[in-house]
Design a protein around this ligand. Structure first.
Ligand code: CMP
Length: 220
């Protein structure tokens, strides 16, 4: 059973009917679901896997707004505020996503006001998060932002293991740096420092958080 804000407030019959009306897409790492600037007429719900939302500057640098996992939705902004896509959606780890046309969603929303309420809640949560990320860019140093990004990724993709929490984020070092908003070298240095202190252990495209308390303190 997929839990998502889109289905919160719906009875099981309605959510089953809504899921049945959505198109299921199997997508693989590197596939682009849509590009920033394109017109958008559908939204997506992640059932499995990971999707990154990124923006590119005029000189070609990339910034990641978010990495989304199961239950999360994207592509709704161009519905609520008609206009071009505000980010590019790319598959980070093989994923299954459900696709719903904006037109179909509007029909559902008209019929189920509580669904609209839950969607607003999801948008409000995202705005809070974005405000926090913005403040961190201004007020926090890179190691603080790396610590925060790891903790944030752990809430989505973390699995408890004997030593702590294993976070299989599937991001390359470059992608992790784009998420933190710093150079690969600086992010690497912060991670190496955390590892030397025994706070984390790096395992390719995963990291084991060994000392969550210290990371939380460093993220503040
Ligand atoms: P849309 O603009 O249609 O396409 C890009 C999507 O990225 C957008 O809808 C949102 O769903 C998502 N998105 C944009 N900004 C953020 C953000 N700051 N955090 C998480 N998701 C975002």
């Amino acid at each position: 059973m997929l839990t998502a804000p889109l289905f919160a407030g719906m009875d099981e019959g309605s959510s089953t009917a809504l899921i049945a009306s959505m198109k299921v897409l199997d997508v693989t790492r590197g596939e682009v679901l849509f590009h920033e600037g394109e017109p958008g007429d559908r939204l997506y719900l992640v059932r499995d896997g990971k999707i990154k939302l990124g923006r590119r500057s005029n000189d070609g640098r990339e910034n990641l707004l978010a990495v989304l996992g199961p239950g999360e939705m994207f592509g709704e902004l161009s519905l609520f505020d008609p206009g071009p896509r505000t980010a590019t959606a790319t598959v980070v780890a093989d994923a299954v996503v459900l696709e719903l046309g904006h037109h179909d969603l509007v029909t559902w929303l008209a019929d189920k006001p509580t669904v609209a309420e839950h969607l607003l809640q999801a948008l409000a949560r995202r705005l809070r998060r974005t405000n926090e990320a913005l403040a961190d860019l201004v007020f926090s140093d890179v190691p603080g932002r790396v610590a925060k990004a790891l903790l944030d990724l752990s809430t989505r993709f973390g699995q408890p293991v004997d030593e702590g929490i294993r976070v299989a984020h599937d991001l390359t070092q470059e992608e992790l740096a784009q998420l933190v908003g710093a150079s690969r070298e600086t992010v690497n240095k912060a991670l190496a420092d955390f590892a030397a202190r025994g706070w984390v252990r790096r395992e390719g495209r995963a990291v084991v958080l060994l000392d969550v308390d210290r990371l939380e303190r460093r993220a503040r």
